[in-house]
Design a protein around this ligand. Sequence first.
Ligand SMILES: [Zn+2]
Length: 406
Amino acid sequence: MAKIVKEYLNADLSKLPNFTIHPIVLKYWALGGGSSWLGPNTTPITTCPDGVGSYQHYVNGSIYYHPSVGAHEVHGLIKARWSSLGWETSFLGYPITDESTTPDGIGRYNHFQGGSIYWSPSTGAWEVHGSIRGKYSALGWERSFLGYPLTNETTTPDGIGRYNHFQGGSIYWSPGTGAWEVHGSIREKWSSLGWERSALGYPISDEQVVFGGDGRISHFQHGSIYWSATAGARVLRERVRVHVKTLETPVSFTLNEQFAAMQEVYAMAGIQVDWATTENLVLAALNDVDVGGCTMGSVTAEQVTLFGNRNFVGVDDMVVYYVRSTVPAYNGCAAHPAGRPGAVVVRSASRWTLGHELGHVLGLRHVSLSDRLMTGLGTFGITNPPPDLIASEVTTMIASGLSTAL
Ligand SMILES: [Zn+2]
């Protein structure tokens, strides 16, 4: 550096013992000085209103310096956005990077003390900051499904929260809920209901995969939105809690597959399925459980013993006991002792047996139609997966006392 300065000044440094070079000058030189893309300066180095930082404008950009973050350049539409927000006196503060190419190679950004401005050719330049920026960062910035921001952070119409829209979705924040993304068909559904002013309120989760299946769900303050290709977007305002107790591990369909199938059908009823806990039970004597006639209100001694296992289970929660077989042989049996709602499902049961048996627990009876969840003709014979629940069945399920409003 001394050599550069010596050449620049064409002077003997020993005669300038107290000479220091302003960091803005060093930055300007590092970028190429007057022959760089910044071009010649249009102002002198000027102290900022805070009396601490300083800046210099050039034909094609500016360099800002603050002792705690150093000197960095801003230019183009990112500079214009920063300027529109109030320069370094805004919440963004001073730049802490030069304008840089985004990892996707398409856009540009500057980070600032209090946030970032992202630009791409098709979206323009917008700021992200605070918890929303934290979520954007956690998801992978512009390389995530969100892409580039399409708005600055904006106050929601209810006056409480904040949001940024992005190319591929939105991030919503409120003081009581934090920042969460919502996107795709679930976002469209929420939007159609009125965003945060709808009965659902603000999101309280990112979009999640439901039990490892094809379904997706976003949770909100007062409900959820479920989506799958076959069900479309469904608003869930009720929930049932299900506990699993396994004497025998399912062999035909995994627990995930059975719960995913149950949620797919129950979404038609607006009911969220919560898989609360899973416990292995070693009860060899009940592996082939005597269910008698499998009649509601009439249970065997073995059913009484089996359904006595309700560790962690709330009063209105349902338990499914996975066994090797029932005697006589069924796919499952929903007869249960009073006050111990639940069902037995055998390890070789169909994908739909879990939802079917718990449908019985929620008050549903058999029908002789193979396109319905409650078919009495066997759920292996269901003709139009996912099978249907009809309106009167939904009413019964919600009135069962085992479904709770979200
Ligand atoms: Zn049945």
